[in-house]
Design a protein around this ligand. Structure first.
Ligand SMILES: *[C@@H]1O[C@H](CO)[C@@H](O)[C@H](O)[C@H]1NC(C)=O
Ligand SMILES: *[C@@H]1O[C@H](CO)[C@@H](O)[C@H](O)[C@H]1NC(C)=O
Length: 489
């Protein structure tokens, strides 16, 4: 028995070896040393030999010259890894223009392209993986020209003039993984528009268009989609069911639309969602059940640049895994004591900059907080009791641009800064918050307050392990602060 096993293994190895050799030969045949045609033959295009094939660039020319260059390439049947046609005058892509060429990545950018004849691309079906026809004048998806591109992975239609996507516009593109339609003029997407993209599509960018609602019917078949971008549209309302069917979605971007509220259960179907971007809307109200469904996976929530006047704690309490909460540029003036109860434990990043916050309660329930941004508020004081609960985990804190009064209450800040130097060099050196010393009618850097004249007795700002921090001292300021503390003590 063992000898048969040995024999079997040997045979298998031999088999593998011959497969490998075949493979090497095939590769060898497919990749003969590539050579560019003589420059004069393809002028004004230029050709370079790259590892995977030729890299050809034609700029600021016209169809006659491009046709001539393509003909010069045809005889040699090389692999054209990149064919880049940019800033040309190429209103129409003629039939058979690339016939007998093996092009892998094709770019026709900013070339006034308005029409793509059906037979212009069909010969590229076996090799083309990437097609970029951005910044042109296309009014419609060139469906008939695309339908044979059975190996296409990426299709870029950004910056064209499409107003709608008709049913079955992408039929045939079974392998497509990334589709971008950024900055067109889309107002409508027909219900069957994405038919055929339901097997592989991972990313869809519909940003920078004129959509007023979520194209729910069209999207509902895209159950492999991971990232959906719909930023910079005119979406006024989202409602329950809008995202039904997007079972694999990981990131949803609805930033810079015209939403005024987030209703209950609207994201209920997005149970794998990791990141939700809602900044730059006019959101005033977030229903307490708005984030139902996102309990176990949401980690990033961006709500900056909206009209919230409080932290939407009720809706956030179920988000057990939230790490990153961005509430910058809202109209939050007060924070309640239990604002972070229930969801604060996992938060490492909290951004409250550019609000209207006048006082802070102790930052309770934020047991993992590493980065705190509270710059640009109306804080006059930030007593030690406020930061005490987070002082051990904090690595970066920004308190710039607040009307702070210099006081012993703020001594935690220079202390923290010194500690942070020991723990993490990332703490910004550039940002040096100021406070006003009322008695002296002048301003100081907070880390440079004249502690020796401030009579801060009884405050517990123990200069910890000065010897160890001495090694780390880099900035003069820090040194001055340390000396200040030394004098006082
Ligand atoms: C687009 O191409 C034209 C030439 O056809 C050029 O003048 C223009 O600067 C290009 N635009 C961009 C944004 O590159
Ligand atoms: C902020 O809220 C206050 C009331 O709390 C309101 O008077 C003010 O207009 C709001 N500001 C903005 C920019 O919405």
């Amino acid at each position: 028995m063992p000898s048969i096993n040995v024999l079997g293994t040997l045979l298998t190895l031999l088999g593998l070896l011959s497969i490998l050799m075949d493979y090497a030969m095939v590769m060898g045949q497919q990749n003969p040393p590539q050579t560019c045609p003589p420059p004069a033959d393809i002028n004004p295009c230029v050709c370079q030999v790259k590892k995977n094939g030729l890299d050809i660039l034609c700029e600021a020319t016209d169809i006659v010259h491009i046709n001539k260059a393509m003909s010069a390439l045809k005889g040699k049947s090389p692999i054209i890894f990149y064919l880049k046609l940019r800033h040309n005058n190429l209103p129409k892509l003629q039939g058979f223009i690339f016939l007998a060429l093996d092009i892998r990545h094709l770019t026709i950018h900013n070339s006034s392209l308005a029409a793509i004849e059906e037979t212009s691309l069909s010969s590229l079906g076996k090799g083309l993986t990437q097609l970029d026809v951005s910044q042109n004048q296309l009014m419609n998806v060139p469906s008939s020209a695309l339908k044979n591109l059975h190996h296409l992975l990426i299709l870029n239609l950004n910056h064209n003039r499409m107003q709608q996507i008709h049913n079955r516009a992408f039929e045939g593109l079974d392998t497509l993984e990334i589709l971008t339609l950024y900055e067109n003029k889309l107002t409508s997407i027909e219900p069957d528009a994405f038919r055929g993209l339901d097997k592989k599509l991972k990313r869809l960018n519909l940003g920078g268009n004129e959509l007023t609602t979520v194209p729910q019917k069209a999207l509902s078949i895209l159950d492999t989609l991971k990232k959906l971008e719909m930023q910079e549209n005119r979406i006024k309302k989202i409602k329950e069911g809008d995202f039904e069917g997007l079972d694999s979605l990981d990131a949803l971007i609805l930033a810079h639309n015209q939403l005024s509220e987030v209703p209950a259960n609207v994201f209920r179907h997005l149970t794998l969602l990791n990141s939700l971007e809602l900044e730059g809307n006019s959101i005033k109200h977030i229903d307490k059940d708005a984030f139902v469904g996102l309990e176990s996976n949401l980690q990033y929530l961006r709500l900056g640049d909206n009209d919230l006047h409080m932290i939407p704690s009720e809706s956030l309490r179920i988000l057990h895994r939230l790490r990153h909460l961005d509430l910058r540029s809202n109209n939050i003036s007060t924070i309640s004591e239990d604002a972070f109860l229930g969801f604060g434990d996992s938060i490492t990043f909290l951004n409250l900059q550019k609000n209207d916050i006048k006082t802070l309660p102790p930052f309770e329930n934020l047991n993992s907080l590493e980065t705190l941004s509270i710059q640009n508020n109306k804080l006059v004081n930030i007593p030690e009791e406020v930061v005490e609960p987070i002082i051990d985990t904090l690595r970066v804190v920004d308190i710039m641009d607040n009307p702070l009064i210099c006081s012993c209450d703020l001594v935690w800040f220079p202390n923290l800064l010194r500690d942070l130097k020991n723990r993490d060099d990332e703490m910004t050196q550039k940002k040096r918050p100021m406070c006003t010393m009322e008695k002296e009618h002048r301003e100081y850097y907070v880390q440079n307050m004249p502690l020796e004249r401030m009579n801060c007795k009884g405050k517990k700002f123990t200069p910890q392990s000065l010897s160890s921090s001495n090694n780390m001292i880099e900035s003069k300021l820090l040194l001055i602060t340390t000396i200040g503390i030394c004098f006082y003590w």
